[in-house]
Design a protein around this ligand. Structure first.
Ligand code: AP5
Length: 226
């Protein structure tokens, strides 16, 4: 299985990707996480993209296309994966179509998460993430609290507010999302791979909708805080 998750910032792509990784044994590929890691390591790509990401702007298509192409052409590439946040523009989708043909790893589904901007802002304002880049656990002060205040349940590291989670940056990220998404969704609608889920539901209900749309029976509940 090879999936793409499409949705606004804060729509729950990362949360659902984590559950799908556990349930279906997929490899997680998140372009946002890869780029944040490049920023933390101060690589040439990281230095280039930092000011854009800090402002809530998209990284240029060619940079993110190269990041994904490099990863999926390695000898130890994942063969079954969930892509979180890529492709994010029609141009990226076309480049990714070409890459899939070249590496013979066709997508099996594209899941689109439908949610309002106000709900996104509400969720992101209470998101906290683990400071440890190797852990990447994500919490929410309203919906998914850590067991000990400000401390990661998994690695016991401190929790932080993501650099691009300030409200004005989130609004900019939403503008970027709306600018690009209709064309992206239309691209995938034409392929017949697209399914849409109501992302305003609770985490478990979305998880069940996603599994059902992928043809898997949602016969066991996810452990949403482990
Ligand atoms: P990226 O890291 O991909 O961020 P994003 O797409 O903006 O998405 P988020 O990680 O903010 O949210 P999410 O949908 O994963 O939601 P989450 O599960 O965390 O990208 C960051 C930046 O990198 C971009 O702005 C861009 O600059 C750059 N970039 C990355 N990919 C790119 C590309 N392809 N092209 C160009 N630039 C690119 O949930 C959010 C919160 O809500 C959490 O606190 C969670 O606990 C909570 N929550 C989740 N589900 C629910 C629920 N059902 N009910 C209540 N709360 C919930």
């Amino acid at each position: 299985m090879r999936l793409v998750l499409v949705g606004a910032p804060g729509s729950g792509k990362g949360t659902q990707a984590e559950l799908l990784v556990k349930r279906l044994g997929l490899t997680y590929v998140g372009t946002g996480a890869i780029l944040r890691d490049a920023i933390a390591r101060k690589t040439p790509t990281g230095l280039l993209v930092k000011p854009l990401m800090d402002q809530g702007l998209l990284v240029p298509d060619e940079i993110v296309n190269d990041v994904v192409a490099e990863l999926l052409q390695r000898k130890d590439r994942p063969e079954r994966f969930v892509l979180d946040g890529y492709p994010r523009t029609r141009t990226q989708a076309i480049a990714f179509d070409d890459l899939q043909k070249k590496i013979d790893l066709p997508l099996t589904s594209v899941v689109s998460f439908a949610i309002s901007d106000d709900e996104v802002v509400r969720r992101i304002s209470s998101r906290r993430v683990c400071a440890d880049k190797a852990c990447l656990a994500s919490y929410n002060l309203a919906f998914r609290r850590p067991k000990v205040e400000n401390t990661c349940d998994k690695c016991h590291g401190p929790l932080l507010i993501r650099d691009d989670d300030k409200e004005e940056t989130v609004r900019r990220r939403l503008q970027e999302f709306h600018k690009n998404t209709d064309a992206l969704i239309e691209h995938y609608r034409r392929t017949g791979l697209l399914c849409e889920v109501d992302a305003t539901q609770p985490v478990e209900a979305i998880y069940h909708s996603v599994l059902t749309s992928l043809g898997h029976s949602p016969d066991c509940s996810p452990k949403t805080n482990s």
